[in-house]
Design a protein. Structure first.
Length: 330
């Protein structure tokens, strides 16, 4: 019997209309466009209006996904929403998405692995398809990072943006689809990138709000060092384990946290810039949305059978790489 693999059969991406430029940030904190561009590669990011959550952007992305791959919502078996900024602590944002699109035959859950969430979700979803038990999984990456960013902190507010992306995972016996994953996490990294308040240890109180504990806390230089090392290591490992040389790879699909991290990862893998998906200049770091937004932006350049290497690093620490053969032509 032919091996069942999980293929990505459609993609949709969305960023909100409102743009926050480096020039805008110059008026908010002590920074400048030149510093932000040279240190991060970011020129602008998109910000969702107040009163709307990650599911709002997810639904826009799903609408575009459905336009590419028309689907009866009743056929969806499961919804995995990878997010660090769920609409609410509970219920899961996946369930709100399911209700909004009428996926009444699906079960849903959120997956939290910070910036590596979509990579983990892709792996979990693929295993569910490979089991033969599930035929259609809606995998979403969505984050309203602006809801947890302190716009008085120049070390974090310049980096993050809001956005969402969504893909379908479906069984494929042609040889294309999800091939391999190398995933890791290390809770020792928690102290360098986290949000102190809002969880069960320090639930919201006047004190946590006064202390600004409901915002992203990051020790950037330390995270940077880990990210460069671990992302490159993950890409090298997955290439070695699958006997892939640089010339076999069509595209590296890297998490968009800092262009310098992306460049270092590509260089260690021997991949030239034209084989590296890049949109950090326009969106900043959209956390769980970076990878599907890359697929969305590059969809017309992808061909059936292309070897793609996804890679990410994020809070937790979490990191890894996935090897997938692209299965559609748009
Ligand atoms: O996606 C999740 C994982 N996150 C990441 O991968 C992010 C990893 N970290 C980074 O991308 C970088 O560390 C940052 C972009 C956050 C910071 O860049 P850096 O080159 O590591 O800068 P730094 O933190 O070492 O700071 C260098 C200098 C400092 O000034 P002094 O001490 O040298 O006088 C900072 O105070 O740059 C200063 N600085 C700024 N200057 C202008 C920090 N932020 C800014 C700013 N504008 N926005």
């Amino acid at each position: 019997m032919a091996t069942i693999r999980a293929s990505i059969t459609g993609v949709g991406g969305y960023v909100p209309e409102h743009i926050l430029t480096n020039k805008d940030l110059e008026r908010m904190v002590d920074t400048n466009d030149e510093w932000i561009v040279t240190r991060t590669g970011i020129r602008e990011r998109h910000i969702l209006e107040k009163g709307k959550g990650s599911s709002h952007m997810a639904l826009q992305a799903i609408e575009r996904l459905m336009a590419m791959r028309p689907t009866n919502p009743l056929e969806i078996d499961a919804i995995i929403c990878c997010t660090t900024t769920p609409d609410y602590i509970f219920p899961a944002t996946a369930n709100l998405i399911g209700a909004a699109i009428g996926a009444t035959n699906a079960f849903g859950f959120d997956l939290q692995a910070a910036c590596s969430g979509f990579l983990y979700g892709l792996t979990v979803g693929a295993q569910m398809i490979e089991s033969g038990r599930y035929k259609k999984i809606l995998l979403v990456g969505a984050d309203k990072m602006s809801s947890i960013i302190n716009y008085e902190d120049r070390t974090t507010c310049i980096i993050f943006g809001d956005g969402a992306g969504a893909v379908f995972l479906e069984p494929d016996t042609s040889g294309n689809g999800f091939i391999d994953a190398y995933l890791r996490s290390d809770g020792n990294g928690a102290e360098y990138l986290h949000m102190k308040g809002g969880g069960s240890v320090r639930p919201a109180s006047i004190e946590t709000v006064t202390n600004k504990e409901h915002y992203v806390y990051q020790e950037g230089a330390i995270v940077f060092k880990f990210a460069v090392t671990k992302m490159a290591e993950a890409v090298e490992t997955i290439m070695r384990n699958n006997h892939l040389r640089a010339e076999d790879i069509a595209f590296l699909v890297p998490h968009q946290a800092n262009k310098r991290i992306i460049d270092a990862t590509a260089e260690r893998a021997g991949l030239p810039p034209e084989k590296v998906m890049l949109n950090i200049d326009r969106y900043g770091n959209t956390t769980n949305a970076t990878l599907p937004l890359c697929l969305w932006d590059y969809r017309h350049q992808l061909k059936k059978g292309d070897n793609l290497i996804f890679a990410a690093f994020g809070g937790g620490f979490t990191w890894g790489a996935v090897y997938l053969k692209w299965a559609i032509e748009v």
